[in-house]
Design a protein around this ligand. Structure first.
Ligand code: FMN
Ligand code: SF4
Length: 457
């Protein structure tokens, strides 16, 4: 027997890096006690012994990039705040999560809200903020309640309030429940909403770092970005950069949903691939094959099975023609009608368009009408050009990224599945059986609305 075969096979390196999700299965993981039992608040204790500028420098050195979609470097964003002028400056946490497919911040806040509260305390100390806000969407009442209790517990234990842990640093935290609109996740619309105004994006510049909440310097960061800060401060920038890739450092929550055997949150280094994640998640349901998927939520151009080995980091996904976004990996097998899926997403964008600018307000409405009639088998060949032309008139011309995002599924699906659109038009009907793609028994809720005929809006 050769030496080779005598040796026990080496276990494959664990592709998961549970940090944020490390304690999610602990007994009553959401309580302060459970968080402390697992080493919680070590980051805040370490931060309070340092100069605020050193904390900012550590986060800069870690290469942490915003986990809310755009991937902007977090430490650099903090560094954009002007020097203190004696007036207030704010931290606002964006907990409005509502992109179709994005479902990481809500589980994080439910299972480990103290990680966010600790991150808020460290970030506020670093940027000189004494009043921070967490803006959570109002529909998720259970999350709102959990956050309120977490903040209350943190006050009681001296992690928030006056003279945090005897350091002389004061911090108040307000948890604010929004009324529930996708546009209120856009950072400037969020600030307007927080100020009590209708949530619509502001003209930039000025950027929030200069004139944000109440026209004061403000940092707006995503829940996962802020919750990642305590571990970076506790373990150091090198620990963080030892995971992920050179320009996309660290770990992130990858949310697998749809036609996957074990959907859920998979925390892994950036640069992991869908193939690796699908292996962990038991593959596509029922042994079916992968038809298309979104790397970063519905606003990111579709990928197909060709992209199974694309490293899921900002650079590689962009190079392959999409965006990493919020790592919302929605999996669709071969039973799915791409026209139907894109039509549903477009319904969402048309509904959520805030109406401030014409290209998005009108364009999403038009696209919705055209997609409905194609899906109903009443489209014309000219409709595909009309769709692409509408996208052309939205992309780069809309006031905020909602409009741009609404075009991604439309243009990418026509590019990848033009024949499927044409089949709807040629056959005068959808060639798919919707009940085959449903994850549960398909019961149509209401009769289909009469589709508009071509050329009529
Ligand atoms: C329409 C729209 C919705 C958005 N929704 C969210 C959201 O729910 N949560 C979030 O963190 N960022 C969202 N963003 C991105 C924010 O504008 C902003 O980039 C982010 O909160 C910055 O945090 P980060 O740097 O930590 O990623 C949205 C952007 C747009 C255009
Ligand atoms: S792009 Fe859409 S959501 Fe954004 S400002 Fe214009 S109308 Fe509003």
């Amino acid at each position: 027997m050769s030496e080779q075969t005598d040796r026990a096979p080496r276990p494959a390196p664990d592709p998961l890096t549970p940090v944020l999700s490390q304690t999610w299965d602990a007994e009553r993981s959401w309580t302060l006690q459970a968080y402390l039992d697992h080493g919680g608040y070590a980051g805040l204790r370490a931060a309070l012994t340092q100069e605020p500028g050193d904390v900012v420098a550590t986060v800069k050195a870690s290469g942490l990039r915003g986990r809310g979609g755009a991937g902007f470097p977090t430490g650099m964003k903090w560094g954009f705040l002007p020097p203190p002028d004696g007036g207030p400056r704010y931290l606002v946490v964006n907990a409005d999560e509502s992109e179709p497919g994005t479902c990481k911040d809500i589980p994080l806040m439910m299972a480990s809200p103290q990680a966010l509260v600790e991150g808020v305390a460290i970030t506020s100390y670093a940027i000189g903020c004494t009043h921070a806000f967490i803006y959570v969407r109002g529909e998720v009442l259970h999350v709102y309640r959990r956050l309120l209790r977490a903040v209350e517990e943190a006050y009681e234990a001296g992690f928030l309030g006056t003279d945090v842990l005897g350091s002389g640093f004061d911090l108040d935290v307000t948890v604010h429940a929004g009324a529930g609109a996708y546009i209120c996740g856009e950072e400037t619309a969020l600030l307007d909403s927080l100020e009590g105004l209708r949530g619509q994006p502001r003209l930039k510049p000025p950027f929030p770092a200069v004139a944000g909440l109440y026209a004061r310097p403000t940092v707006v960061n995503n829940v996962e970005s802020i919750a990642s800060v305590p571990s970076i401060v506790a373990h150091g920038a090198d620990w963080f950069t030892s995971m992920g890739t050179e320009r996309s450092a660290g770990f992130g929550l990858f949310s697998l949903s749809g036609h996957v055997t074990r959907p859920g949150q998979y925390e892994a280094p950036l640069g992991t691939t869908l193939r690796e994640l699908l292996d962990l998640a038991g593959g596509v349901r029922g042994g079916r094959s992968l038809k298309f998927w979104t790397p970063g939520g519905s606003s990111t151009p579709l990928f197909t099975a060709e992209h199974l080995d694309t490293p899921l980091d900002y650079e590689s996904v962009a190079k392959a023609g999409s965006m990493l976004g919020t790592r919302a990996l929605q999996i669709f097998d071969e039973t799915v009608c791409v026209v139907r899926a894109v039509s549903r997403w477009t319904d969402f964008y048309a509904h959520e368009s805030c109406g401030k600018c014409t290209p998005c307000r009108e364009g999403t409405f038009w696209m919705k009408q055209v997609l409905h009639r194609i899906e109903a088998g009443q489209g014309t060949q000219g409709d595909l050009d009309l769709l692409l032309d509408t996208c052309d008139n939205i992309l780069g011309r809309a006031f905020c990224a909602l409009g741009d995002g609404a075009t991604s599924p439309v243009t990418s699906s026509i590019q990848l599945f033009r024949d499927e659109y044409e089949a709807h038009i040629a056959q005068g009907a959808c060639p798919f059986d919707p009940s085959a793609s449903a994850l549960f028994d398909h019961t149509p809720r209401r009769p289909a609305a009469p589709a508009l005929t071509a050329g009529v809006h």
